[in-house]
Design a binder for this molecule. Structure first.
Ligand code: SAH
Ligand code: SF4
Length: 403
């Protein structure tokens, strides 16, 4: 790095020591240009090439003087990802990419196409995840490292390049826990939102979190209009602990208090995600308890029927059960959408493509029938139900419809 390079430049753990232009904010690009003896407006030009056009090589910045391009090439780089695999859902609703970082770590990102014309990118924030949720393919694979802001932006650019229309939304719902990689996630969000960046707008970004309380509070203090989606999955600590181990550290009461503070600070309606698992958290009792927990809060619930993961003995409930659960939550006045995951054939649930590519560790899930007799009453042990038929093929996370 030269003396001109900004101190905050995100450096890839394994990458070259020069900053990745794809992770720099406009003031940093301006400082970089100035440090190389160019006028400040060159920074804005670089941003246009890097974020507006998505160029992969500094030599493509044809309206910059050659001498400046050479100096820039010595002081910075453009980090790119190599797309190893691209898989389309049969119904065309999604395309999933498996992409390799410079050090060979692989991450997943998805282009989602909605019938109303919206095009959404789902990006990863970590290679792997350390949170170990019982139903998640990413959790199964363990944690490798945080992604840099540049690597997150590169995913959005790769998706945008494959979209037939303007990218309207970005959701941080791919592999990893965004708030466990706080700095890079917020930096990427600023770049995605900014007019000089990808121009998507903060209100069109969503961060999905497993529920890290201190980071939710920190995010509330950033003054960003970003939507927060909280992966709740259970209405009681006893049940949630079995699905989401981090409940041990941040019980539901603390999590809900942080959510209320986020709502108060931003005015943004909260989303609660609830992966519905056959015979585990999908009963009317859990639906009613969820309704009680969320009553009066400006929020909605996204019910996601489990996308089964090879090696994890959990099943997706039958359609009728999904509907009944949604009805119980709605009875408390909470709006519910059921996310229909399409294209199981593209293994679109978090971490599945990567898992299929390598080996994961064994699931931490304890089947209900192996729990001690005095296990929490909220966990119902019952005979296996038929898995939800993959009508018309399965998932591409983000397809939403009403049950
Ligand atoms: N770590 C963050 C964001 C990535 S996971 C989080 O947990 O929120 C994004 C969403 O996918 C979460 O709501 C998660 O619970 C859900 N998910 C993970 N595995 C899934 C599976 N097998 N089927 C359905 N949804 C799943
Ligand atoms: Fe990590 Fe989210 Fe998967 Fe849990 S659901 S293991 S937090 S990626």
């Amino acid at each position: 790095m030269t003396a001109a390079a900004p101190a905050a430049a995100p450096l890839s753990a394994a990458g070259p020591a020069t900053p990745d232009l794809r992770g720099l904010l406009l003031p940093e690009l301006t400082d970089l240009a100035r440090g190389l003896g160019a006028p400040a407006y060159r920074g804005r030009q670089i941003a246009r090439w890097v974020y507006g056009r998505g160029v992969e090589d500094i030599s493509e910045m044809t309206d910059l003087p050659i001498t400046f391009r050479e100096r820039l090439g010595g002081a910075a780089r453009i980090g790119t990802l190599t797309v190893r695999r691209s898989t389309d859902a049969a119904d065309g609703s999604a395309t999933k990419l498996l992409a390799a970082c410079g050090d060979g770590q692989t991450v997943e990102c998805v282009l989602m196409r909605f019938d109303d014309g919206r095009r959404s990118a789902c990006v990863s924030t970590q290679a792997g995840c350390a949170m170990g949720c019982a139903f998640c393919a990413t959790g199964l694979g363990g944690f490798a490292r945080n992604l840099t802001a540049g690597e997150i932006i590169s995913q959005a650019l790769a998706i945008r390049a494959r979209a037939d229309r303007r990218l309207s939304n970005v959701v941080f719902m791919g592999m990893g826990e965004p708030l466990a990689n706080y700095e890079a996630t917020v930096r990427a969000a600023r770049i995605l939102a900014a007019p000089w960046g990808l121009g998507i707008g903060m209100r069109h970004l969503t961060i999905s979190t497993v529920g890290l309380v201190p980071q939710i509070r920190r995010l509330a203090g950033e003054g960003l209009q970003i939507t927060l989606a909280v992966s709740l999955h259970a209405p009681t600590d006893a049940l949630r602990r079995r699905l989401v181990p981090v409940t041990e550290r941040y019980p539901i009461a603390e999590l809900m208090a942080a959510c209320r503070d986020y709502l108060a600070a931003t005015g943004r309606r909260l989303t609660f995600e609830y992966v519905l698992i056959d015979g585990v958290n999908d009963g009317d009792a859990e639906g009613r308890a969820l309704g009680r927990l969320l009553r009066g809060l400006l929020c909605h619930v996204n019910v996601i029927p489990l996308n089964p993961v090879p090696g994890i003995p959990l099943r997706r409930p039958a359609v009728a059960r999904v509907r009944a659960f949604a009805r119980c939550v709605r009875a408390a006045g909470i709006p519910v959408t059921v996310r229909i995951e399409r294209g199981t054939e593209i293994q679109a649930a978090c971490g599945q493509l990567r898992l299929a590519d390598g080996s994961g560790r064994a699931s931490r899930w304890t089947p209900a029938d192996r729990l001690p007799a005095n296990s929490p009453a909220t966990v119902r042990s019952k005979p296996a139900r038929r898995a939800m038929p993959a009508a018309g093929g399965a998932p591409a996370r983000g397809r939403e419809g009403r049950a």
